[in-house]
Design a protein around this ligand. Structure first.
Ligand code: SF4
Ligand code: SF4
Length: 396
């Protein structure tokens, strides 16, 4: 075991924590579980001990034992019961890059063989099927068959100006499949020359980041970049903020523009390519963690909502940088479904306090998490992705 999973900056940041507890007060996992050990503060303390213990000369000379197996396991459990929402990083007065630290920590825990066993399943699924759910990758674009007007070519074209990269959740979860259907319909209405990658789309790598499996990433990155380049595309569009984040931060392909769907949609609306009819509905907006705090895309989704005539828009009490996580991030559902649902409950209660009839978001995972909660609890609230809202407002 070594500290090779951390950068020098991260090791220095461990010393910068002032124990102010701001990260604990804001953490959705701490608030939902009432357990301070899930906080960034607790994790910082534990990590500091581990890192120091490994490199301590005195420990080596006296052959002092490191943390017991039980301590390690407990620490690992708390590290994976985190949605990677980034709220702790947002409020940390010292500016510690906490989210990045949690990713390095998970990688360290996997390298140290102290991790939830469900991660083995994620690894197997990715290695064997190229998607996180272990589904047949040839079926990635099967949602096209559920469209009102199914295109003959199934949107698999030899070349196109735009590649629509759907992501695993939207490709395989029936609740989320409505999102690619909506975006494809809107792109058709706007006359966009686009293609899907179909089975040539492999997982973007985000689940590897959250599961400490980045050793697998390069192969997936190289494959996806090659597949996009073969289409001679100039742009890639993502409805999933996590795929968008991976391409922005970890792929960085030369000569290809990267757009989140909300950015692409507002351009189409401003160019007058998708005329919109009036919608008489009151909505609020949930900023997905990876799109909001992660990529600072706050304005475009709001511009899209406000572009629809007749709509009433109310902000959530906690919005933009302060928006609270829905509970769906960080592979939490796989590790602790109960905690994920408790975080979703707090989110839905906040949404209901606004009196909105629908909550709009820009993320397939947020849609899936919030719909699952409202359906299970028979709550009268519509949950829509921004693409579905525009689909509904299209003048046909
Ligand atoms: S990333 Fe979010 S869930 Fe994880 S420790 Fe920070 S605030 Fe808590
Ligand atoms: S907010 Fe930052 S400085 Fe304060 S306890 Fe958390 S990690 Fe430490």
């Amino acid at each position: 075991m070594a500290n090779r999973d951390y950068s020098v900056r991260q090791l220095m940041e461990l010393e910068a924590c002032t124990n102010c507890q701001a990260c604990a007060d804001i953490c959705p996992a701490v608030c939902a579980a009432g357990d301070g050990e899930l906080s960034a503060l607790f994790r910082m303390k534990g990590l500091k001990e581990i890192v120091k213990g490994r490199s301590s000369l005195l420990r080596k000379i006296f052959k002092k034992k490191g943390p017991s197996e039980e301590t390690w396991k407990h620490f690992s459990d708390t590290a994976f019961r985190c949605t990677l929402c980034g709220s702790c990083q947002e409020v940390c007065p010292v500016g510690i890059h906490l989210k990045e630290l949690w990713l390095s920590l998970r990688q360290d825990l996997v390298h140290s063989s102290v991790y939830p066993k469900k991660i083995n399943m994620i690894k197997e699924n990715l290695e064997e099927s190229y998607n996180v759910f272990g589904e047949d990758n040839e079926e990635r674009a099967e949602w096209v068959e559920d469209m009102r007007e199914e295109p003959e070519d199934g949107y698999i074209r030899d070349k196109a100006e735009v590649v629509y990269f759907t992501g695993c959740t939207a490709a395989y979860f029936p609740i989320a499949q409505k999102i690619p259907i909506a975006l494809a319909e809107v792109m058709d209405a706007g006359g966009v020359d686009f293609t899907l990658l179909g089975e040539e789309e492999w997982c973007c790598g985000f689940p590897m980041l959250g599961a400490g499996l980045m050793d697998l990433f390069q192969e997936f990155r190289n494959h996806n970049i090659r597949a996009v380049k073969e289409k001679r595309a100039k742009k890639i569009v993502f409805a999933c903020p996590s795929c968008y984040q991976m391409w922005r931060e970890y792929y960085r392909p030369e000569g290809i523009e990267i757009h989140h769907a909300s950015q692409f949609l507002i351009d189409l609306v401003k160019q007058g390519r998708v005329p919109l009819k009036e919608l008489d509905i009151t909505v609020t907006y949930h900023d997905p963690c990876d799109l909001g705090r992660g990529a600072h895309v706050y304005d475009e989704p709001r511009e899209v909502i406000r572009a629809i005539p007749g709509i009433t828009f109310v902000e959530l009490p906690h919005n933009r940088e302060e928006c609270r996580c829905c509970g769906g991030g960080g592979n939490l559902e796989m590790v602790d479904a109960k905690l994920s649902a408790e975080i979703a409950k707090a989110k839905i209660d906040e949404i209901l306090s606004t009196g909105a009839q629908a909550v709009i978001t820009s993320c397939q995972q947020c849609v899936r998490t919030m719909i699952t909660y409202v359906r299970r609890n028979k709550i009268s609230l519509e949950v829509l992705d921004i693409t579905q809202l525009i689909q509904r407002a299209l003048k046909r």
